[in-house]
Design a protein around this ligand. Sequence first.
Ligand SMILES: CC(C)(COP(=O)(O)OP(=O)(O)OC[C@H]1O[C@@H](n2cnc3c(N)ncnc32)[C@H](O)[C@@H]1OP(=O)(O)O)[C@@H](O)C(=O)NCCC(=O)NCCS
Length: 139
Amino acid sequence: MELAARLCEGVAEWRDPDAVVEAARQWLAGFFAPVAPEQRGAVFVAVAGGEVVGLVSVNTHRHFTGPVEAYIGELVVAPHAVRGGVGRRLLGAAEEWARGRGVRHLTLETAAGNATARRFYAAVGYREEAVRFTRVLDQ
Ligand SMILES: CC(C)(COP(=O)(O)OP(=O)(O)OC[C@H]1O[C@@H](n2cnc3c(N)ncnc32)[C@H](O)[C@@H]1OP(=O)(O)O)[C@@H](O)C(=O)NCCC(=O)NCCS
């Protein structure tokens, strides 16, 4: 939950970063709530020296074109542990989980302004699929 504070990286200037972090915390808490087995996702944590240094959450959802696919909700590595391969290994764990469910795609979203995450995902084999545009309306 402490690491969730890093999930507002690159968030658009017109969004409330505190609300982003609060939403991420609630999504993570949701993973520990009782749900039907077929709706159950997974959270993998990376531990080094007895300390949690990263986490990834993954679940399934139905893509609008029909197939069920895996979706990564949160991926975060502690600041002092970045660039050590933790993010890559966490994604690997999520990918294994997804393969075990027989889905063909693993998707995720990140902020357009999160240059580090975009470089990271490209480096580990993810391809950009969609871009969301927002216009801030004058009141
Ligand atoms: C994005 C994040 C998860 C990457 O985790 P990490 O443990 O540092 O990533 P890895 O060490 O496994 O990096 C794998 C490869 O990604 C690329 N990469 C990672 N960080 C990079 C950076 N800052 N700049 C350029 N390339 C980068 C590199 O190719 C790297 O391989 P290399 O170190 O051998 O060159 C981490 O920076 C983070 O927690 N950011 C804040 C939270 C966040 O933005 N999460 C994603 C939003 S959903």
